[in-house]
Design a protein around this ligand. Sequence first.
Ligand code: PMP
Length: 455
Amino acid sequence: MPDTAPTSWPARAEASSFFGFTDLPSVRERGTVVLTRGEGPYVIDSEGRRYLDANSGLWNMVAGFDHAGLAQAAKAQYDRFPGYHSFFGRMSDQTVMLSEKLVEVSPFPRGRVFYTNSGSEANDTLVKMLWFLGRAEGAPERRKILTRVNGYHGVTVAAASMTGKPYNALFGLPLPGFLHLTCPHYWREGGPGESEAAFTARLADELEEVIAREGAETIAGFFAEPVIGAGGVIPPPEGYFQAIGPILKRHGIPLISDEVICGFGRTGEVWGCESYDFTPDAIVASKALTAGYFPMGAVILGPDLADRMQAASEAVEEFPHGFTASGHPVGCAIALKAIDVILNEGLLDNVRALTPQFEAGLARLAEHRNIGEWRGRGLMGALEAVADKATKTPFPAELSVSERVANACTDHGLICRPLGQSIVLCPPFIMTEAQMDEMFEKLEASLERVFAEVA
Ligand code: PMP
C-alpha cells in the first residue's frame, strides 16, 4: 500500500486499474482521463473538462451520452423484469421481440438470432457454429477461417485469431487454420500503375488461389467487415464484394458480414452490406445495436445457416453454447428502443444529411501536404498522415504522429482516435452541423500543431 492514498480520480484510476489498448508511456506522461458524465456528443471528465467525442465512445454511442428515451427503456424494463437467460427453452418476451425486429430489418427474408454480450463473443459464437455444422454434416475437416490483414474482429481467442494485426504475435496467435488475405486497401496495397479494378481482380484471384491451395472442403467461412473499422477505416475497392461473393458461393463457403461497426446506420444504410450491395450468409452485430447503452452482441443467421444450424442441433439434441446474459431482457428492451430511435427518430437520416459535410471536411484536411489520403463512408472516416505525400512514405513509427495528433485534439477538447498512421473519426449520429464544424476546426488546429513539430 502506498503511504498516502491517491486522492484525484486520475490517480485513483492509475493505482487501481489495468488498462487495455492503451499507450501506457503516453498515459504515464499525460495522465488518465476519468469521465463522469455526458451531454449529447460531449463527455465531461472529473476535472470538469469537456470533450466533443468524435469517436462515439468506441464507435457505439451513436445516440449521444444522455438520450432520455434509452435510459427510460432501461428503467422500465428493470422495473418489469430485470434479468434472464436464454437457455433451456426459456427466454424473455423482449428477447423474442428483438429477434423478430432484427430479422425484419436484416437483409434476410427469414433467419434466426443468437445473443452474446459483445462483438468478440458473437464472432467466436459464429466460428463455433461453423465448426459445429462441419462436424454435424460429416465434414469435420471444414474448420479454416478466412479473413483479411488489418481486419478487426475482436479479442477473444477465435475473434483475435481472425483479427489481422501484428500484436496477435504477443499472444502466440492466431490459432492454426486462421488465414489472412491481403488487406483490401487500394491506396496502400495497389501496385504501381494498377487500376482499382485490377486491384480488385487481383484480390479475387488471391482468394481463388487460397481456396485451391487449402481445399474448399477445409474452409468453414470468410469473415469481412464491409468497411474495415479498427484497421483504419478502409472501404473496399470498387466491386470487391461483387468479385469475391460469387467465388465463395461457388465453393460453398459462407460469407459473414461483421457489422459490429457498420451495422445500424454508420455507413448511411442500416447495414454495411446494403451500402456495398451484397447479401451475406450471416451478420454479426453489436455496438450501435444498443446505441452503446448495454453490452450486447448478436449473430443473425440467414435462412440457409439458420435451417442447417437448427437441423444439426436437433440431431444431437442441443447447440451446447450460450452466455449467462445471452438475450438479457434489459439489453433487448434497450436495443428495441435504439433501433427505433435510429430508424424512426431521424438518426439514420442525420447520418445521410451530415455525410457530405463530413466528406468535405475530410477532403479539405487531406489537402495538407502531410495527409496522404482521406477515406470514409457515411459517418466513419480517416486521414492518413505521411512524411512524403508523393511517395506515400509514412512518418517513422517512433514519432508516434497519430498519437500526438490525438493528444493535441484532447488538449483542444476533442476526442478522436489514432490508428496506425491514421486519425479516425466516427461521430455520433446525433451531431449537428455546428458540432461537426467544431470537430474539424479542433482537428485542423491539432494537425497543424503536430505537423509543425515533426514535419
Ligand atoms: N468486430 C468489429 C468489426 C469490431 O469493430 C469490434 C470492436 N471494435 C469487434 C468485432 C469486437 O467487439 P467487442 O469489442 O464488443 O468485443
